[in-house]
Design a protein around this ligand. Structure first.
Ligand code: IMP
Length: 427
């Protein structure tokens, strides 16, 4: 049985939630391997919309084990709100498991996230303010607190007390904030522990056993390749490893266990927050993509920056993740356009660049070189079979496959499960 990694090929928000949900039907386990509540997956089931931040979208099926893995940074307050909100809509949470190794997002992480952004001024990253960066910083500095620490009061109190002394010093001296009381955090977090304890497990072992028993495991990345802290457009990135390789560390499995990598790309490009975006459109076409595609952040509500598809960026993403195939979402958003452009190179001064670079200085200076594809001006939202797609749309897909040197196996033409065209068997 395959172990598939599903990874965002751009700057996040590619529609991974829908593809996970679609593939989930045949899957036994779904594992979220990094990030935290900075993510927001929107899934439509029978006209009902669900927005999930931490829980894998497979939870909407009642027979899938859904795992929040080792390298996730988990805000227990948000997770409990999410559990309660989907429970009261009749969704069972019996199949949720949380890694005992997952680090906790603490109140001071969220406060520091906001203050540090303010301090950066024009160099700010435009973070989601969910405390993600500061939580990963503490993990690496070995002063973080993990899920398992919540069940050892003495250890939790001791380590929190030590860390808080240092955090309060920074908050009070640099940011003129009143700081946090250890007793308040202890009460709050031990309360969360009571609510979450039934879900906590050695999730790496659960995954290992499932793979040993030839069950089908789907690893679900949050954010996207270009937001990866090592392989993205640093420093305008998140603090984790959304790339497919991150699934191994993030879920506690070895690389030999992964059989396939499915990249998810939109039919155009979006980005939230600061950082270079060569194909960005600050004109009425960008506005059209934003409006037609509903391009507003699921977590922060911020309008997403929109632009043409960048095939250079996609080819890079195929390489970094070792993608076996791609799913292209939101093709229907392009239906009304007269001409559709695809970026096939960059010009920096007199130099033509034909491979993507993560150097934000070059990306900022470059002018995209485009190939024009005539628009198909046909509503594709009801298309169920590749043969029914307009000629122009087929030519768009084939052109991109040629440039990125990877097959596009799935096309999505709307938010519902049924609005999906399978070009070739992926699993
Ligand atoms: P952070 O992850 O909140 O630290 O934010 C760092 C950068 O990643 C910012 O530009 C965010 O807008 C971006 N980001 C974080 N999570 C997501 C996501 O789920 N989708 C798109 N962008 C994201």
């Amino acid at each position: 049985m395959p172990a598939i990694v599903l990874v965002g090929a751009q700057w996040g928000d590619e529609g991974k939630g829908k593809v996970t949900d679609m593939l989930a039907e045949g899957v036994d386990l779904i594992v979220r391997y990094q990030g935290g509540s900075n993510a927001g997956h929107t899934v439509m089931v029978d006209n009902e919309e669900y927005v999930l931040h931490l829980i894998p979208s497979g939870i909407l099926y009642d027979d899938k084990l859904c795992i929040i893995g080792d390298d996730v940074v988990l805000d227990p307050k948000i997770l409990i709100e999410e559990i309660d909100s989907i429970k009261c809509r009749g969704v069972s949470l019996d199949n949720l498991r949380i890694s005992c190794n997952a680090h906790l997002v603490m109140p001071y992480h969220k406060t520091l996230d906001r203050f540090e952004e303010e301090l950066k001024g024009k160099h700010r990253l435009g973070t989601t303010g969910r405390g993600i960066g500061p939580a990963y910083v503490d993990k690496m500095a070995r002063v973080g607190l993990r899920m398992s620490d919540l069940f050892d009061r003495e250890e939790f109190e001791g380590r929190l007390g030590h860390t808080l002394k240092y955090k309060n010093l920074i908050l009070r001296e640099i940011f003129k904030h009143e700081g946090f009381e250890a007793a308040d955090i202890i009460d709050e977090y031990l309360g969360y522990a009571e609510k979450l304890k039934e879900y906590v497990a050695d999730t790496s072992l659960l995954i290992h056993n499932a793979l040993r028993d030839e069950r089908f495991v789907l690893f679900e990345g949050a954010q996207g390749t270009l937001l990866d802290v090592t392989h993205g457009t640093y420093p305008y990135v998140t603090s984790s490893h959304p790339v497919a390789g991150g699934a191994c560390v993030g879920a506690g499995i070895g690389p030999t266990k992964i059989s396939r990598v499915l990249g998810i790309t939109k039919a155009y490009t979006t980005r939230v927050g600061e950082g270079p975006f060569p194909t960005e459109l600050n004109d009425e076409i960008g506005e059209h993509l934003r409006k037609t595609g509903g391009e507003f952040g699921a977590t922060t509500g911020r309008p997403r920056r929109c632009g043409w598809l960048d095939a250079l960026l996609l080819r890079y993403s195929v390489r970094i993740n070792g993608m076996s195939a791609l799913a292209m979402t939101k093709l229907d958003v392009l239906d009304e356009l007269d001409v559709i452009k695809v970026c096939v190179g960059y010009k920096v001064g007199n130099e033509v660049i034909s491979e993507f670079t993560t150097d934000f200085r070059k990306l900022r200076e470059c002018t995209p070189i485009y190939e024009d594809i005539p628009g198909w001006k046909t509503d594709t939202r009801g298309v169920k079979d590749y043969r029914e797609l307009p000629k122009g749309a087929k030519s768009y897909i084939r052109n991109i496959e040629r440039i990125i040197k990877a097959p596009i196996s799935i096309i999505s033409v709307g938010p519902r499960r049924a609005q999906t065209v399978i070009l070739r068997k992926f699993v």
